[in-house]
Ligand binder design. Structure first.
Ligand SMILES: [Zn+2]
Length: 265
C-alpha cells in the first residue's frame, strides 16, 4: 500500500500562491526534502502523492500564504526554473503544480456544493452527497507552424509579454478534432487555408494545465488577414531574416528549430 505521509528524504513540491518553494545555494536551485521543511503543513492529510523520482517519493501541497517559510526556502515562479532544474524534476514540478491546482479547485462539488473528499483509490475528489467524481483536468491546445516554400508563418500575440514572434496556437473546442482546431485557429487568426497537416509532438504546459499538441502545416490559399484583438502582427519569415523567437524550452521553439534544420539540411 502507498504510504500516507512523506519519508524525510522524499521530495516536497510545496507551492505558495502558485510559486514553488525551492532551496537556493550559491545560486543553484534544488527541491527540498520533506524532512527539511517541518511544520510547513498543518497536517500531512493535504499532501498529494505525485510520483516516484530517482527512487524517492514525490509529494505536493499548497502552503498557507501566512505560514512561516524559514530562511532556507524561497518561492519562485515555475517558468523561471526551466533550464535551472533538471528536466525530470521540472516534469515532476509541472505535474505537482497541476495536482495542487486541482486539489484546491475542487474542495467543493461543482454540481451540488457539498465539500468533497479525496478518493482512496484514484486521483479524484469524490462528492459524498451526489457521487460526482472530480478529476484533474488537462486542457488540450494546438500549436502550429505553417510553411510556405522556404518561409514560415509566425505571429506576435497581444498576450505576449515581449516583442517575440511565435507559432500560432489556440484551445481545442468541444466536439473538435485536433486537426479541425488547427485549421480553425489559423483561419480565424490569420485567414490562411491549410493543406497537409503533420503531427510533430506534444508538451505538457502547466500554466495552468495545458497539453500543447504541435503540428506542421502547408500553406494552401489566402492572404494574411489579422484577427486584431488577438494578433498584432503575423508575417512570413525566411530562415535568414528571423524575428526574436520564443524561449528554448517551449514546443513553439522546437517546432521552429525543426523547420530551420530542414532548410539547411
Ligand atoms: Zn455533489
Amino acid at each position: 500500500m502507498a504510504p500516507s505521509s512523506p519519508a524525510p528524504d522524499d521530495l516536497l513540491f510545496a507551492f505558495v500562491e502558485g510559486r514553488l518553494l525551492i532551496r537556493e545555494v550559491d545560486g543553484e536551485p534544488s527541491v527540498p526534502a520533506a524532512g527539511l521543511a517541518p511544520g510547513l503543513f498543518q497536517s500531512d492529510a493535504s499532501l498529494i502523492r505525485v510520483a516516484t523520482v530517482d527512487g524517492r517519493g514525490v509529494w505536493a501541497g499548497a502552503v498557507d500564504p501566512a505560514a512561516e517559510l524559514g530562511a532556507e526556502l524561497t518561492p519562485v515562479g515555475l517558468r523561471s526554473l526551466f533550464g535551472r532544474l533538471p528536466d525530470h524534476l521540472m516534469a515532476a514540478a509541472g505535474r505537482s503544480s497541476q495536482l495542487v491546482d486541482w486539489y484546491l479547485g475542487h474542495a467543493f462539488c461543482g454540481r451540488c456544493g457539498t465539500p468533497t473528499v479525496v478518493s482512496p483509490s484514484e486521483t479524484a475528489r469524490v462528492c459524498p452527497s451526489c457521487g460526482a467524481l472530480h478529476f484533474p483536468r488537462v486542457t488540450p491546445a494546438v500549436i502550429m507552424v505553417v510553411e510556405r516554400d522556404d518561409q514560415l508563418l509566425l505571429a506576435h500575440s497581444a498576450r505576449f509579454p515581449t516583442s517575440f514572434y511565435s507559432a500560432l496556437a489556440g484551445f481545442v473546442e468541444p466536439g473538435e478534432t485536433l486537426e479541425q482546431a488547427v485549421a480553425r485557429e489559423v483561419m480565424e487568426e490569420v485567414g490562411i487555408e491549410l493543406a497537409d497537416l503533420r503531427y510533430f509532438g506534444s508538451q505538457s504546459w502547466p500554466f495552468p494545465s495545458q497539453l500543447m499538441v504541435g503540428f506542421f502545416a502547408s500553406y494552401k490559399a489566402g492572404e494574411i488577414r489579422l484577427q486584431e484583438d488577438e494578433i498584432t502582427d503575423a508575417r512570413w519569415f525566411s530562415p535568414n531574416d528571423l524575428p526574436e523567437l520564443p524561449g528554448p524550452f517551449s514546443i513553439a521553439r522546437r517546432l521552429i528549430e525543426d523547420f530551420l534544420n530542414r532548410q539547411t539540411a
